[in-house]
Design a protein around this ligand. Structure first.
Ligand SMILES: *Cc1c(COP(=O)(O)O)cnc(C)c1O
Length: 415
C-alpha cells in the first residue's frame, strides 16, 4: 500500500483570461457540458450531435470538403492529424516566424525524418528533405518569401501558420495558397488562432489541402473538446496511397465516427474511439453560438475592440508589434524594458492572465478572446495601467481613459 495523502477538493479560481488563449468559455458552452446526460459514444443523440457538429463546422470553415470534423483534444491534436500525411523522406518546406510555427516545423521534421535521421537526433531531427524557412520574430511570412522558397525547392508539402500567436503576426495566406498552386505543392495550414476570429472561407484558398484549428481560441470551447480539421479530396487521395503509421490520429479513420466513410457522408458514425457526450454537447453549442453571431460579425467585433486596446497601451508608452485582431504583442515603455516577466508574473498572481512571449525576444501579450465588450476591454486597460504605474511607469491615465471613451463613441464600422 502506498501512502497517498488525500488532498482537499481542487478549487480553481475564475481569472480574467486576457492572453493569447485559451479564450473565455461561453457560459452556454459550460451549461451544455454540465447538462449532458450520461450516454455512451454510440448513443443516437451523441452520434446525431457529431453529424450536426460536422455540418456546422463546414459552414464556419467555409468549405465543401467532406473530410471536415473534430479531433478530440487540443490544437496540437488536430495538427498531428493534419501532419500525419507527411511521410518519411517527403520533401517539405515549413515557414517559421514564432513559437507555434516553430513547433509545427518540429512536428514536420519528426514525421518526415527517415528512421536513421530520427535515431540520429530523436527529439530534434534534422531530415534532409525538410527545409525550414525562418522569418524573424515580429515579421510576417509574405507571399514573396513563400513563392521564392517553393520555386526553389518544389516540395510535396508546404506548411505555414495562418496567424502566428507567438509573435501576433498574420501571415499571407493568399500568397501561400497561390504559390502552392503554382508549384504543385500541397499546402498545410495551422489555423489554430484565426478560425472564428477572422472572416475567411477555406475553399477560397485552393492551394491549401489540409487545415487544422483548435477548440479553445476563436471557437471559445475550452472544456477539452474538439480541434477542427478539414482536408481536400486530393489530400485524402494522397494519404490513401501512402498510408500513415497511426490509428487514432489517422485522418481517414478518425473521420468515421463523424459519419464520413469512404469519402461520403453516411447517416451515422461508426466506432473509432470513445467520444464524450459532455464534449460533444459543449462543442455543438460553441458552434451554434458562432453561427448565431456569425463569423463575419465576430471578425468585425475583434477588429473594433483590438483597436481600442492597441490605442490604450500605445497611450501608455508601449509599442505594439503585432497585427492579429485577437491579441496585442507589445514592448514595454523604455524604462521598464527587461522587466516583462516580472510584470506578467505580478498580473498573473492577481488573476489577471496576460502572457509573455514564449520564445525570444521577451514581449508582453494581451488577448481579448471572447472579451468583445467595452467593460472587459476597459478592465484590461485599467488593470494593465495600474500594474505598469506600480512598476514606475509614468502613465497619464486620464489621457488613456479619454482615448477609450473616444473609441467607444464610434460604432463598429459598417460593412
Ligand atoms: C495555441 C496554438 C497552438 C497549440 O494549440 P493547443 O490548443 O495548445 O494544443 C498551435 N498553433 C498555434 C498557431 C496556436 O496559436
Amino acid at each position: 500500500m502506498s501512502n497517498v495523502e488525500i488532498f482537499g477538493q481542487l478549487e480553481i479560481p475564475n481569472t480574467l483570461a486576457a492572453g493569447p488563449g485559451p479564450g473565455n468559455t461561453d457560459p452556454r458552452v459550460l451549461q451544455r457540458f454540465a447538462a449532458a446526460g450520461m450516454a455512451d459514444h454510440m448513443q443516437a443523440d451523441v452520434l446525431r450531435g457529431m453529424i450536426e457538429a460536422k455540418q456546422m463546422l463546414r459552414a464556419i470553415m467555409g468549405t465543401s470538403n467532406i473530410y471536415t470534423y473534430g479531433v478530440a483534444g487540443t490544437g496540437w491534436s488536430g495538427l498531428d492529424v493534419m501532419f500525419s500525411a507527411v511521410q518519411p523522406g517527403d520533401k517539405v518546406v515549413v515557414f517559421v516566424n514564432g513559437t507555434f510555427s516553430g513547433i509545427d516545423g518540429l512536428t514536420v521534421r519528426m514525421k518526415a525524418a527517415t528512421a536513421e535521421e530520427l535515431a540520429a537526433n530523436p527529439m530534434d531531427p534534422q531530415p534532409a528533405s525538410v527545409t525550414i524557412v525562418n522569418v524573424p520574430h515580429g515579421q510576417s511570412v509574405t507571399g514573396e518569401i513563400v513563392e521564392k522558397a517553393l520555386a526553389e525547392h518544389k516540395p510535396k508539402w508546404a506548411a505555414m501558420a495562418h496567424w502566428e500567436t507567438g509573435s501576433g503576426r498574420i501571415n499571407d495566406l493568399r500568397g501561400f495558397s497561390d504559390a502552392c498552386e503554382k508549384h504543385g505543392a500541397m499546402g498545410l495550414v495551422d489555423a489554430v488562432s484565426s478560425l472564428g476570429v477572422e472572416n475567411f472561407a477555406i475553399d477560397d484558398f485552393p492551394g491549401v489541402h489540409g487545415w487544422a484549428s483548435c477548440p479553445q481560441k476563436g471557437i471559445c470551447c475550452l472544456p477539452l473538446t474538439y480541434a477542427p480539421v478539414s482536408f481536400t479530396d486530393r489530400y485524402i487521395e494522397t494519404l490513401r496511397q501512402t498510408g500513415t503509421r497511426t490509428f487514432v490520429h489517422h485522418p481517414i479513420l478518425e473521420a468515421r465516427h463523424w459519419g464520413i466513410v469512404d469519402g461520403k457522408d453516411v447517416e451515422k458514425g461508426t466506432y473509432h474511439r470513445t467520444h464524450s457526450a459532455y464534449a460533444v454537447s459543449a462543442f455543438h453549442e460553441a458552434l451554434r453560438i458562432t453561427l448565431q453571431q456569425t463569423v463575419a460579425e465576430r471578425a468585425k467585433q475583434y477588429a473594433y475592440h483590438e483597436a481600442a486596446l492597441r490605442d490604450a497601451v500605445t497611450a501608455m508608452g508601449c509599442k505594439v508589434t503585432s497585427n492579429m485582431t485577437s491579441l496585442v504583442v507589445l514592448n514595454l515603455p523604455e524604462g521598464l524594458a527587461g522587466r516583462e516577466q516580472e510584470l506578467v508574473q505580478t498580473c498573473r498572481s492577481k488573476g489577471f492572465g496576460i502572457w509573455p512571449t514564449l520564445s525570444e525576444p521577451v514581449q508582453v501579450r494581451i488577448g481579448i478572446l471572447n472579451l468583445l465588450n467595452r467593460a472587459a476591454v476597459t478592465e484590461i486597460v485599467e488593470r494593465f495601467a495600474a500594474e505598469l504605474s506600480a512598476m514606475g511607469a509614468n502613465i497619464d491615465i486620464e489621457t488613456v481613459r479619454a482615448g477609450l471613451e473616444r473609441h467607444y463613441q464610434t460604432a463598429v464600422a459598417a460593412e
